[in-house]
Design a protein. Structure first.
Ligand code: B1M
Length: 235
């Protein structure tokens, strides 16, 4: 059993365990994060609650100290690694759904940007909500999006950016979709910590998604509109 010094994770009450997991994520302790996730699930926590309260909240704390120059890239990489290990346990549980596929989405982090934790979370949640998700990974130039659109014929394109220097690339992708005459065939959703609604509008996206839950709701809403439009045309 993994323990944290003298601390036995399985003996902690929920609140203390979650706090300890925030510390363990901060310290990049992958084994402890995996164990913590398993304990919470065993205690009846839903995968979503475990994800948001134990992992995402822990990463928020890491983000603050990274911003303030208290943590540096190597340390944050370890935290990211631990976060991903926890997410890997939750992924199959979040995507477990007998629901029919309600839409298809191609998603990727834009060119120059290697942040993928948020994007992965969005992918997982969308899959869990019944979407087929084609995840292009990180550092995607416009040609990658175009090739994926050609191959997979998605309903929705999702773009993620975590850097103020990479978010303008979303406009490059959307402008290229316009040039190719395919912009209006697709719904374009964008997300990432430095973005906001105004930015999304300014680059010509259909919507900005603050977090993974909003991404799911927004994607569902657009699919509903699409089905209604089709029904209206048929009527
Ligand atoms: Co970086 N980094 N980082 N980083 N990093 C930030 C983004 C930063 C804000 C930290 C800071 O405060 N200084 C800062 C950007 C500053 C800016 O642009 N103004 C920054 C920097 C500067 C950098 C480097 C330049 C550092 C350096 O090298 N000197 C470098 C850049 C590398 C590159 O991309 N070219 C870099 C590197 C890294 C690591 C590799 C160490 C690591 C990434 C590991 C990985 O992703 N595999 C890392 C991390 C972990 C972070 C922070 C700490 C955490 C990001 C994260 O995972 N958050 C981040 C600080 C922060 O954001 N506060 C930071 C948790 C995740 C769940 O949230 O990604 O916001 P988020 O996703 C949310 C929503 O935004 C939304 O839903 C998600 C889930 O709710 N969402 C979408 C995201 N994408 C979406 C797509 C959608 C919809 C919703 O499509 C439809």
């Amino acid at each position: 059993m993994a323990d944290d010094g003298d601390i036995v994770l399985s003996e902690l009450p929920d609140g203390d365990l979650v706090k300890q997991m925030h510390d363990d994520l901060y310290d990049g302790l992958k084994d402890e994060i995996e164990e913590g996730v398993r304990i919470l699930l065993k205690r009846g926590w839903t995968p979503y609650r475990t994800l948001t309260e134990a992992l995402v909240e822990g990463m928020r704390i890491v983000g603050e100290d990274f911003r303030d120059g208290i943590l540096f890239v190597p340390e944050v990489l370890l935290s990211a690694n631990a976060m991903k290990a926890g997410m890997a346990i939750l992924r199959p549980l979040l995507v477990e759904t007998g629901a029919p596929r309600i839409g298809k989405m191609v998603i990727g982090t834009v060119k120059g940007d290697i942040h993928d934790i948020g994007k992965n979370l969005v992918s997982m949640m969308l899959e869990g909500a019944g979407f087929e998700v084609i995840d292009l990974g990180i550092n995607n130039g416009v040609e990658k999006y175009l090739a994926a659109i050609e191959e997979h014929k998605p309903d929705i394109i999702g773009m993620s950016a975590l850097l103020t220097t990479t978010m303008p690339y979303m406009k490059v992708v959307i402008d290229t979709l316009k040039e190719k005459g395919i912009r209006d065939d697709l719904v374009v959703l964008v997300g990432g910590a430095p973005l906001n609604e105004e930015f999304a509008r300014s680059v010509g996206a259909d919507a900005y998604c603050r977090d993974a839950a909003v991404a799911v709701e927004t994607a569902k809403e657009f699919m509903m509109r699409k089905h209604n439009q089709r029904a209206a045309v048929r009527a």
